[in-house]
Design a protein around this ligand. Structure first.
Ligand code: NDP
Length: 499
């Protein structure tokens, strides 16, 4: 591990301008202050300094935003806009985002902490791709004709209609990607939206709001309310005029959302945490499996819901894999996201730093050993060393709970059935991976793993077209792919007596 501060990316002028001004809420097509007049700071996690001030939306602002989204859905021009036109607007948003790619990459890096190089090649292009993918779907959301067998002559068919006003609550690990992944299918399906970004990372969603206005969505179709989860988020989840909540975040808050949604039985989809097993068999191509395992946990500082945080390695390869992953970890250059040489930035917040360091302490107190890392890096900003823990087992907190930091626990195995039982012995079921050239074994294990995604000889490959979501307490529903449109549509059966 080496800390780098040599060559900071100069901040683009539009980004400096954006952060210099207190940012407002987007409600009914206008930028407005919070009803309370309150604001809150968002921090640069590389320094702990205030980066910008943002309006602190609360229940009253959520009420205003929901009323705007309700009016836009029930009686606004949005209802009558053709599917083709909806698709064109979503596509145009993708084009504008692409044109402003560098500004978004920098703003994401400053607000979230991730290396700007990563934001350039992952966050921004993935967001553009999601917008384009769902723009294409707007004209392809079709029902069926149904050959019903009731007596008489009937024409029966289904319509897929937009679900209505959608509340979308998103986390801080991929703020822009989360915003576009939520907005694109909802808008393509014809819904209207109230989006609440995470308090730690509100800025790219607000900058996207500027592009949304430039695109020309009718007023009230997209509303963005920044604020705290316990106030703005909770008000949105409980709101009686919201038809659906789409949430990504912790399993703990996911359960609160389900309770809050019960009042009007709004539909809920959840993309929650994970503790994904990454399995390396003794016949694996070790030269691919080692960097694959390192990337599976250290990418985005480990703040990834599908991170490969439990690494199971066949006895025979255990020492080699531990050594290889540890060597790669020790070479990772840690530094501010805007430093061009940084490969790993800070964690998102002081709270997350303390949470991850708390897990490390708990691991050590239960007998785990760090082969590499194991501590905070430096005393400025929220950096944590990439860490490889051994002497761990399934009873330990570091193996059971989602750490959401650059910390992997490595455990040996010898017996296949025992391995599968251990891999599945978690309340989560988001993802898993298997490394072996033996296709029978790979597919057999893939079929036995209780996870929404299983990667074979690769890790973390996600695509707008490939469904993603969780078994067990990792969530409800599937995002990405055409299945995501199911989350934003209702099916209506129409049955006509025709003779
Ligand atoms: P949360 O689940 O608290 O935050 C996710 C979103 O939910 C944020 O927008 C948050 O708002 C909002 N929120 C919080 N409380 C409520 C509530 N009562 N009602 C409605 N919305 C609410 O994640 P944290 O930031 O606290 O992170 C904690 C842990 O969650 C991490 O360590 C990690 O384990 C996990 N996590 C998992 C993610 C995933 O992708 N699966 C993503 C992020 C975190 P606000 O931030 O403004 O409080």
């Amino acid at each position: 591990m080496a800390t780098v501060i040599q060559n900071m990316t100069p901040i683009a002028e539009p980004v400096s301008r954006f952060v210099a001004k207190t940012r407002s809420l987007l409600i009914n097509g206008k930028w407005v202050s919070a009803a309370s007049g309150k604001t809150f700071p968002t921090y640069n996690p590389a320094t702990g300094e205030i980066l910008a001030h943002v309006a602190e939306g609360d229940r009253e602002d959520i009420d205003r935003a929901v009323a705007a989204a309700r009016a836009a859905f029930d009686k606004g021009p949005w209802r009558h806009i053709t599917a083709s036109e909806r698709g064109r607007l979503v596509w145009k948003l993708g084009d504008l985002l692409e044109q402003h790619a560098e500004e978004f990459a920098q703003l994401e890096s400053l607000d979230q902490g991730k290396p700007v190089g990563l934001a350039r090649v992952v966050d921004v292009p993935v967001s553009v791709d999601q917008l384009r993918y769902y723009a294409g779907w707007a004209t392809k959301i079709e029902g069926n004709t149904i050959p019903i067998s009731a007596r008489g002559k009937f024409l029966a068919y289904t319509l897929r209609e937009p679900i209505g006003v959608v509340g979308q609550i998103i986390p801080w690990n991929f703020p822009l990607i989360m915003a576009t992944l939520k907005l694109a299918p909802a808008l393509a399906a014809g819904c209207t939206v109230v989006l609440k970004p995470a308090e730690q990372t509100p800025l790219t969603a607000l900058m996207l709001g500027e592009l949304i206005q430039e695109v020309g969505f009718p007023e009230g179709v997209v509303n963005i309310v920044t604020g705290y989860g316990e106030t703005a988020g909770a008000a949105l989840a409980a709101h009686p005029k919201v038809d659906k909540i789409a949430f990504t975040g912790s399993t703990e808050v996911g359960k609160l959302i389900v309770h809050a949604a019960a009042g009007n039985l709004k539909k809920v989809s959840l993309e929650l945490g994970g503790k994904s097993p990454n399995i390396v068999f003794d016949d694996a191509e070790i030269d691919s499996a080692i960097p694959g395992a390192a990337n599976a946990i250290f990418f985005n500082q480990g703040q990834v819901c599908c991170a490969g945080s439990r690494l199971y390695v066949a006895d025979k390869q255990f020492d080699r894999v531990v050594d290889g992953v540890s060597q790669l970890a020790s070479k990772i250059r840690i530094g501010p996201g805007m430093e061009t040489a940084s490969q790993m930035g800070p964690l998102v917040s002081e709270e997350q730093l303390n949470r991850v360091c708390g897990y490390l302490e708990s691991g050590f107190s239960e007998g785990a050993k760090a082969v590499v890392g194991g501590a905070r890096e430096g005393d400025r900003g929220y950096f944590v060393q990439p860490t490889v823990l051994v002497d761990t087992n399934e009873t330990m907190k570091v193996v059971r709970e989602e750490i959401f930091g650059p910390v992997v626990t490595v455990m040996p195995f010898s017996d296949l059935d025992d391995l599968v039982a251990k891999a599945n012995s978690t309340e989560y079921g988001l993802a898993a991976a298997v490394w072996t050239p033996d296709i029978k074994k790979a597919h057999r294990v893939a079929s036995e793993l209780r996870a929404g995604t299983v990667w074979l000889n690769c890790y973390g490959v996600l695509d707008s077209a490939m469904p993603f979501g969780g078994y067990k307490q990792s969530g409800w529903g599937r995002e990405m792919g055409h299945q995501m449109l199911d989350l934003y549509t209702e099916t209506k059966s129409v049955c006509a007596l025709i003779s």
